[in-house]
Design a protein around this ligand. Structure first.
Ligand code: ADP
Ligand code: MG
Length: 559
């Protein structure tokens, strides 16, 4: 038996790869299962055009078999197999992808579900194995072959006995080292979890012999272990199903199954886009603020799948910060992945998807506000602050969608109103949208500055969160109505008639005011007669853009 060497470049590449391109060793299983799925896909596509072939779904599957005693992990598939040539070319030459070639050959047909393209995934097996053995028999061939390699020092190929068409990849799992635990790749629970994580939506069943307990025969309290073959993956991704076939419960189950949250989602959004960039997404708006939302540990992002295979757990680029509470997943076949299929090579498609998703979330929230007010208010209680933050931080691009989603407590309605509702009920002569800032609704109710505006019969929005006024300052106006603090110098209320009287009073009491100003020196810049007080003897007011409340916040900020 002749030992062949990997090509020189391949040898170096292999060493480099095994040690560096994958951030997590567990990825090897995703890669081997993806290859097995591709191999079955190939038979499926062949059957589409070859009348002598039938594709009986039940006879196609992938099986993962762990043998702790012998430290082997076997990944078996009933796919198309490899000829001797293909073994040489596809496994002997790194960065050569038989799957990419297959896709190109079959371009006319619909062969685009195939995952492989880079021709490196297979070698990730060497991250966890000392020896990799491939036993394979290709469709239409009588002779099977065995390929074997210890990694960097080449491989052997020899004829071998195998009855059925398909491939078995056998990994001799490495011994544990001080830094690294390899035993876990022989552990049933760990393997199940890895399969669920990355390969849950592979279209063919991934089977494993799983340990179960049962009562011993003839006993009513003694249990025994037994092995039972189980399908580990869910196979059909919910996002590929027709929306009309899915119930709210299906979406809620998916939410729970994927551990997006412990609560029930308030709303789900199912998106299928078949445009320039194709993608499916299932997004959730949770009901409650995640427990770690305001901690450093919280990470925003959506799960990113490429063709049903998990690429990234939390892809942060898919949602803007102010929608960081949105959970869910995106699956696209149009992503340019890098060689480890962990990162995106260029994010043009991703940017497009992100923009699209952002708009979808905004429009869904708008319709929730319109049609499901109560639900919306529940949402707003949890995440309204984020929307204000969005208005504040992302001025321009998003103001238009977000400003309509804002709500504030109204002096008149005694509940939350939208800016649109405020403006629609304004009397004709009212020039501004009035607001008052304070710690709480009760505090603002007692503010002397609100009296004149309230007496005019004008509605006042109560700003009780520190972000409120900052966000509003960014908007400047809504439907051409400017925002005005009730504490600002000029309220734009017909004070003109009183102006002369006020001035006269100011002059009359000049000495008194001068005296007061001196006593309060450093605390106020002026003392004046006010025509806005009704029941209170005195009030503070500001000049310029920054109100007292904002000043407090600015002063409390570090730096
Ligand atoms: P990729 O999947 O990106 O093409 P891999 O390194 O994972 O790259 O695999 C290289 C090639 O080896 C595949 O393109 C395919 O032709 C072949 N191959 C790997 N695993 C199998 C398998 N289980 N059955 C049939 N062919 C396989
Ligand atoms: Mg592959």
């Amino acid at each position: 038996m002749e030992k062949k060497q990997f090509q020189a470049e391949s040898k170096r590449l292999l060493e480099m790869m095994i040690n560096s391109i994958y951030s997590q060793k567990e990825i090897f299983l995703r890669e081997l299962i993806s290859n097995a799925s591709d191999a079955i896909d190939k038979i499926y596509y062949k059957a589409l055009t070859d009348d002598s072939l039938t594709f009986d779904k039940d006879s196609y599957y992938i099986k993962v078999i762990a043998d702790k005693e012998n430290r082997t992990l076997k990944i078996l598939d009933t796919g198309i197999g490899m000829t001797q040539d293909e073994l040489e070319n596809n496994l002997g030459v790194i960065a050569k992808s038989g799957s990419l070639a297959f896709k190109k050959e079959n371009e006319a047909k619909d062969g685009h579900d195939i995952i492989g393209q880079f021709g490196v995934g297979f070698y990730s097996a060497f991250m966890v194995a000392d020896v990799v053995t491939v036993i394979t028999k290709a469709l239409g061939n009588d002779q099977a072959y065995k390929w074997e390699s210890t990694g960097t020092d080449g491989y052997t190929i020899e004829p071998y006995d195998k009855d059925s068409i398909g491939t078995e990849i056998i990994l001799k799992i490495k011994e544990n080292t001080e830094e690294e635990n390899y035993d876990e790749y022989l552990d049933e629970y760990r393997l199940k979890a890895i399969i669920k994580k990355y390969s849950d939506f592979i279209r063919y069943p991934i089977k494993m012999d799983v340990t179960n307990h049962r009562l011993k025969e003839g006993s009513d309290n003694e249990f025994e272990d037994y092995k039972e073959e189980q399908v580990i993956n869910s196979m059909v991704p919910i996002w590929r199903k027709n929306k009309s076939e899915l119930t709210t419960e299906d979406y809620e189950n998916f939410y729970a199954e994927k551990h997006y949250g412990f609560d029930k989602p308030l709303k789900h959004i199912h998106i299928s886009v078949d445009g320039a960039v194709r993608y499916n997404a299932i997004l959730y708006i949770p009901e409650n603020i995640p427990f770690d939302y305001y901690t450093k540990e919280f990470e925003k992002g959506l799960e990113l799948y490429s063709n049903g295979v998990l690429i990234m757990n939390k892809c942060a680029d898919l949602v803007p910060d102010y929608y960081s509470f949105v959970k869910g997943m995106v699956d696209s076949e149009d992503l340019s992945l890098n060689i480890s299929r962990e990162i995106l090579q260029q994010d043009r498609q991703l940017k497009q998807i992100a923009k699209n998703i952002k708009n979808k979330i905004t429009s869904q929230l708008q319709s929730m506000l319109k049609d499901e007010r109560e639900k919306y208010e529940t949402f707003y209680k949890s995440f309204g602050r984020q929307l204000k933050y969005g208005v504040y931080s992302d001025y321009g691009s998003n103001k238009d969608g977000l400003q309509d989603l804002l709500m504030f407590y109204s002096s008149k309605e005694k509940k939350l109103v939208t800016l649109d509702e405020y403006v629609s009920s304004m009397p004709e002569e009212q020039k501004y949208i009035y607001y008052a800032s304070g710690e709480s609704i009760e505090r603002i109710d007692k503010m002397p500055q609100t009296e004149l505006v309230a007496e005019k019969g004008y509605e006042i929005l109560y700003f009780t969160e520190d972000i409120d006024e900052f966000a509003i300052k960014m908007l400047m106006n809504y439907k051409e109505k400017e925002f005005k603090s009730v504490s600002s110098g000029d309220l734009g209320i017909d004070a003109d008639e009183n102006k002369a009287k006020t001035e006269a009073e100011q002059n009359e009491n000049k000495d008194l005011f001068e005296y007061m100003k001196n006593i309060l020196s450093g605390k106020v810049t002026d003392v004046r007669v006010s025509n806005r007080l009704k029941t209170h003897p005195v009030c503070l007011s500001t000049e310029g853009e920054v109100t007292i409340e904002m000043e407090k916040i600015l002063k409390s900020m570090p730096g």
